[in-house]
Design a protein around this ligand. Sequence first.
Ligand SMILES: Cc1ncc(COP(=O)(O)O)c(C=O)c1O
Length: 388
Amino acid sequence: MSLPKPIHELEFNHGSIYGPEEAAAIAAVLADSAPSCGARVLEFEKAFAKYCGATQALAVTSATAGLDLALAAAGVRPGDEVITTPISWISTANAAAKLGATVVFADVDPDTLNINPASVAAKITGRTRVILPVHLYGQCCDMDELTELARTNGILLIDDCAHTAGAEYKGRKTGSLADISVFSFHQQKNMVTLGEGGMVTTSDTTLFERMLGLRSLCCRSYDPKGKYLAFDEAQHPMGKRYWELDFEDLGSNFRMTEIQAAVGLIQLRKLDAMNQRRIEIAAEYTRRISKVRPLAVLPDRKHVFHIFGVLADNKEDFMWRMYTDHRIKVWSHYMPIHLTTAYRKLGHGPGECPVAESLFKHYVSLPIHPRLTPEAVDYLCSTIEALS
Ligand SMILES: Cc1ncc(COP(=O)(O)O)c(C=O)c1O
């Protein structure tokens, strides 16, 4: 079936998010032969950690890779349980399931769609190793409650910050709110690194070292360069073997490229301004639309509107008419993970998260990105309001 070419959609086809600064940075990397894990990767990691208020960061190929690293570093293994939300991109749950852990889906808050701490509390068992909240759409979860649950039960807290670069919870930036935080710089995110990319942050040295190892094949070297782990020379004196390496476990190569890091450094400088534009557009939607209901925005957090989420009474009809009558391609984030074929095969299914399942009939994402002009926002709002 052929679908109409949209005039407005979530992020694509509205000019480039990159400017001359990124182009110049890319040219400079090319002139330097684009080394693996060069100075720009290290600088990007340092700048991102500082921005978030974490002590360390590691640039990775994607948030999917970052989640894999984080859960492996947490020591998740078969028999463990990881509690997460069903409303996320599937990477979140997969990171636990791929390690052989049981994914336990907690239900969500009906006003924000974020994971509900009361449901998390009800699902904690002696086998729970990690609580893995997702700060959905750009607004933080109830981190005080989740931190308390994690601390009192001796469980690690790893937050999926794919939507929340620059978001805040009670004045603290994401990236500093959990034991490990995982960011995405995929092309639709609030800051981007050439289509793909991600970052993990932590202030825990042991977790950092494990992730550093796992990111580069668990390689130890006498010349680690921020890429590998260093040999402990007290245990393994170098002698003349400056070239020796060891691989102390089974890792991967999840390293970000130098060219992405050069762009990431510039995007990070622009992040607050790009988020501010998202916040302004969200305010305009909230002021103007009444045919669909915006999700709640809580006063003690800075929502950065990766997605502008609304609830529509008749979701399918609303989405179809917006697309086919008005060429506005709205979307729905996300298919509840426990209802996907992959998770049904793992024994999940309807009834596990009744609130998420009933809200799935209603949640819709409206176009929002920093390049939306006031005229475009006006067109989007008036189109929604004109729907009968
Ligand atoms: C909540 C969430 N987590 C993880 C990911 C995975 O990010 P990436 O595409 O960088 O692997 C996404 C991507 O859309 C996401 O939305």
